[in-house]
Design a protein around this ligand. Structure first.
Ligand code: BES
Ligand code: ZN
Ligand code: ZN
Length: 498
């Protein structure tokens, strides 16, 4: 999608008209560029109450002599915040048919630059489909790229253009995350992810990608990553992204769970819906997408991301329940269930993060089914060792309409996870209750202290369980289906707003 800005009221292609509930006529300011027949038709529809402008509703006018239009509802004017504008923009694209054509002109009346930007953002985000694996029907005439023109008042164009440019960059990060998540697991395996990161980095001068391959991971002592990935012919790796890495000072550091397919390993999952476990690399997709959002918008600060990539397969080389493994931190883990594998790769990723002396660490992981039981597909589970930091992330999520809900990190959960007769810790709670919380408590053990000092202060850390929100979120209006790309926007907001 291409979005441009132009002052005035010329209409190119289909007119997109966002309206508040109760609008009875086309706003006066729009009349200049509007064909009288189309204006009459819209006014009749509004006057007769045939379009109520409820939030996200649309009505298409096609076939009249005055040109084409789509009315889109913003809901009640008093309630119409930027989220309403973003959702309305997404609704336009969700309801756009071939008959509307690819040239669209959006005309607002009296909306703020922020609101107009959010509307364009919704259009950009919703303009996504994953059809790389479908054969193109040669007879079907291909639709070109959607060309959107947003009209504004004289003097607003420069500011609006720069706002939309940022939204377009961030949307490209969301779409990258979705592409990675939607990619079938026969093509998205650890090395394929690493190759893609390597190729991607070439377009930016300020990005560096480092790949720690299987042999190097073994040598370095990344026992968690190695144990999970060794059962697969597709060997595990760690991919590290550094944006403006040469800059000095502490920076945000993101860690991603990247299980390119989770069969459960020897503790095999049941067969039903196992295909959904291709999304188990959603955490790594989130951080890769965030790096794209930051790099493409020219973020000047330093940011590091660590993705822990492995495929969890049952085989004669796979780890077993009963094994004891030694992680990068030196801590040993008794493996009680090989399906609790995300926490094992993250144990090494979190420990590795300490080497960068980060300001804070946030990990993203499709970690537990228990989190989906607790919060459904509506909210990400959010844990932190710092209450203020947790609130900051919660608020960053609210600012972009990506809900992350505070969850408790309790000493009792941590105790439950360290109760092993044979090792320092275990990868399974004592029972099935509170499974998302015990998983978070497990991770906390691998968050290093500053400079790895034994009695030092633990680095500020948050854990985000996106098992329910990375895919299957039917009520997310920025997404049609498949991977959601959630939290690229939350992270962009958090990192760029201090
Ligand atoms: N990848 C799964 C978690 C998951 C479940 C993500 C459903 C998305 C949807 C994870 O590796 C897993 O299998 N977790 C187990 C942990 C248990 C064995 C302690 C789970 O949630 O059942
Ligand atoms: Zn699992
Ligand atoms: Zn998993």
């Amino acid at each position: 999608m291409k979005v441009s800005v132009s002052p005035g009221h010329n209409i190119n292609g289909t007119l997109i008209l966002p309206l508040f509930e109760g609008s009875e006529a086309v706003p006066d300011s729009h009349e200049a560029g509007l064909h009288t027949a189309l204006k009459g038709q819209i006014n009749r529809i509004l006057h007769d109450g045939d379009f109520k402008a409820k939030q996200k509703s649309t009505l298409s006018i096609i076939g009249g002599e005055g040109g084409k239009a789509m009315l889109v509802g913003l809901g009640k004017e008093n309630d119409a915040d930027i989220h309403a504008f973003r959702k309305a923009g997404a609704a336009v694209i969700a309801n756009r048919k071939k008959a509307h054509g690819t040239d669209l002109t959006v005309q607002f009346s009296g909306a703020s630059i922020e609101a107009m930007g959010a509307f364009a953002e919704g259009m950009l985000l919703r303009d996504y489909s994953y059809d790389h694996y479908k054969q193109q029907d040669e007879d079907e005439d291909k639709e070109g790229e959607i060309d959107v023109r947003v009209t504004c008042d004289e003097g607003q164009e420069d500011e609006l253009e720069s706002v939309i440019k940022i939204h377009a960059g961030v949307a490209s990060g969301v779409h990258l995350s979705r592409d990675l998540g939607n990619c079938p697991p026969n093509d998205m395996y650890p090395e394929a992810f690493a190759d893609q990161a390597w190729e991607w980095a070439k377009q930016y001068d300020d990005i560096e990608v480092t790949i720690i391959n299987y042999d190097q991971a073994v040598k370095a002592g990344m026992g968690g990553l190695v144990a999970v990935g060794m059962g697969s012919a597709r060997k595990p790796c760690m991919v590290i992204f550094e944006l403006n890495g040469k800059k000095s000072g502490r920076c945000p550091l993101l860690v991603g769970k990247g299980i390119t397919f989770d069969t459960g390993g020897i503790s095999l999952k049941p067969g039903a819906n196992m295909d959904e476990m291709k999304y188990d690399m959603g955490g790594s997709a989130t951080v890769f997408g965030t790096m794209q959002a930051l790099a493409s918008t020219g973020h000047k600060g330093k940011v590091v991301a660590i993705t822990c990539m492995a495929e969890n397969m049952p085989s004669s080389n796979a780890q077993r329940p009963g094994d004891v493994i030694k992680t990068l931190s030196g801590k040993t883990i008794e493996i009680l269930n090989t399906d609790a594998e995300g926490r094992l790769v993250l144990a090494d990723g979190l420990w590795k993060a300490g080497e960068f002396d980060p300001e804070y660490i946030i990990d993203f992981a499709t970690l537990t089914g228990a989190c989906v039981v607790a919060l459904g597909h509506e909210a990400t589970g959010l844990w932190s060792n710092d209450d203020d930091f947790r609130t900051r992330i919660h608020e960053a999520g609210n600012a972009v309409d990506e809900l992350a809900w505070p969850m408790p990190l309790l000493p009792a959960f941590e105790k439950e996870m360290t109760d092993s007769k044979i090792a320092d810790t275990r990868n399974l709670g004592a029972g099935r209750w509170g499974g998302a919380n015990t998983a978070a408590a497990f991770l906390k053990q691998f968050v290093p202290n500053r400079n790895y000092e034994k009695d030092g202060e633990q680095i500020t850390w948050a854990h985000m369980d996106i098992a329910g929100t990375y895919w299957g979120a039917k009520t997310n209006s920025m997404v049609g289906n498949g991977a959601t790309g959630i939290h690229v926007r939350t992270m962009y907001h958090l990192i760029t707003n201090g």
